[in-house]
Every structure is written in C-alpha cells, then in structure tokens.
Design a protein around this ligand. Structure first.
Ligand code: ADP
Length: 256
C-alpha cells in the first residue's frame, strides 16, 4: 500500500511537471510569435520610408525636378520621410528600454505641471497649424517616476489629441489628485475612436484608419508605449470615446 502511495505521488508530480512544461512552452511559442510579428512590422514600416526616399533621390538624380519649386518639394518629402524613420526608431528604442527590466531607470521626484506646460509650449506650432486650442488645469503634483517616461506619456497623448482633432477643435488637459492616486486626463473634440477599436488602439502598430493615419503621420506605437509606461507604475488607463465627437484618456497612477 505504501509503495502504491509512493508511485501515485510520483505519477502525480510527473503529470504536474509535464503540465507546467507544456504551459511554459505555449507561453514561449506565443512570445516568439509576438516577437516575430513585431520584427516583421518594424521591417515593413522602415521599408516604406526608405523606398520613398530612394524614389525621390532617383527623381532628383535623373533631373526630373525641372524647376526650383519641384526640387524643394522633393527635398521636403525626403526630409519628412526621414523624420518618420527617426520617430519610429525612437519609439522602438523606448519600447526596448521599457522591456529590458535590468536597464537602469532613474527615478526622481517629478513635478508634473512644468513638464506638461513645457510640452504644450513645444507643441504650439503643431496645434496652431491645425487651429487647435489647448486648455490646461494642473494641480501641483509630484510623482516618484522617471522624468523621460512621464514626458513620453504626456507627449504621445497630447500629440494624438491634436493630430486626430478637427480644425478649430479643443484639447483639455487635467492633472489632479484623487485619494492616493494621480489622475491625468487628456480629452479632445476630435474624430473619436469606433467601439470595436477601443481595446485595440493600445496594440503595437494598430491604427484605426490606416489610410487616414498614414496621411496624418505616426508610428502606431504611441499608445502601446503609453500603456507600457502606465503599467510600469502599476497604474490604469481608461478610454472613453464617441465617434465624431472626441476621445478622453484617463490615467490613474498610485502616488507611492
Ligand atoms: P499613431 O502613431 O498612429 O498615432 P498611436 O499608437 O498613438 O499611433 O495610436 C493608435 C491609433 O489610435 C491611431 O492611429 C489612431 O487611429 C487612434 N487614436 C489615437 N489617439 C486618438 C485620438 N485622440 N482620437 C482619435 N483616434 C486616436
């Protein structure tokens, strides 16, 4: 009987081990898939601007720009495409830094209002280009965090609120405290996000309207970076949006 009990124990343990191995294999396979898809996407997204840059250079080489105006236009396109590439590479570096746990993340006491005010000042040209007004209501909050990450978080949300707005639209930014949480709200009166895309906009490279988003410019990585950063600080993010009326992103981060 004792032997039977032992054998049973061994059989059970072996089964548990096999199950655990199977589960972790599944996880590894899944991560491999996600990684492969990510690299395929990155290569595709980088190839597009490179092809376009090469095309314009060839046009210039072959003397297809017949006057100064055309030459300037081709140059401007080359500049814009290289800017797109630089943005993409920056976003990928940001993601890789966020994913490498051992990377040193310098934490300090970050004052939120000056960061948001500086960002708004630097985004003024983009906003006035689209005739967008930005309003800010900022309670003085100090968060123990990495300053670069907090800047990135606000930058991505505010740039989106401007980019996906309508001419003459508004952006409202609120920074406040609720209990032990810091609350950041970025709200716009823009095009809105359809119900079926609300969960997906936080995925890497997901863009609601590929055609329109392409024209507007961007990498499709901004919101996935925002989500990453919010998770890093054990926070949460809520998206409310109505198609054609606007979107509201609410972020809650524990203050300690
Ligand atoms: P992108 O570089 O394309 O802006 P993001 O990850 O920042 O990438 O956003 C993903 C997609 O979510 C965008 O392409 C856009 O379709 C949608 N989106 C993001 N923010 C807004 C917003 N404030 N209003 C409407 N749509 C938005």
């Amino acid at each position: 009987n004792y032997e039977y009990y032992e054998l049973n124990l061994i059989a059970n343990t072996t089964k548990q081990m096999a199950d655990a191995i199977r589960e972790s294999m599944k996880k590894i396979e899944f991560e491999k898939m996600v990684r492969q898809e990510f690299f395929a996407n990155v290569s595709h997204e980088l190839k597009t601007p490179i092809t376009s840059i090469r095309g314009y250079i060839e046009l210039l080489e072959n003397g297809m720009a017949t006057d100064e105006k055309m030459k300037k236009e081709f140059m401007a396109r080359i500049k814009k495409e290289s800017q797109n590439m630089a943005n993409l590479i920056n976003d990928i570096l940001m993601i890789s830094r966020l994913e490498t746990k051992e990377a040193e993340v310098i934490i300090s006491e970050v004052r939120i209002c000056p960061i948001v005010n500086d960002l708004i000042a630097s985004l003024k040209p983009l906003a006035s280009e689209n005739n967008i007004s930005i309003d800010i209501n900022c309670k003085p909050i100090i968060l123990k965090a990495n300053e670069g990450q907090i800047k990135e978080l606000f930058n991505n949300l505010i740039v989106n609120a401007i980019k996906y707005n309508k001419p003459g639209g508004k952006v409202n930014i609120t920074v406040s405290k609720e209990g032990n949480d810091a609350i950041f709200i970025v709200e716009d009166t823009g095009v809105g996000i359809p119900e079926e895309s609300k969960a997906r906009v936080f995925e890497r490279f997901y863009r609601v309207d590929k055609g329109r988003s392409k024209k507007i410019g961007g990498t499709g990585l901004g919101l996935s970076i925002v989500k990453h950063i919010v998770n890093y600080y054990n926070g949460s993010i809520k998206l409310e949006s109505e198609l054609g009326r606007g979107s509201k992103f609410t972020i809650r981060i524990p203050l300690n």
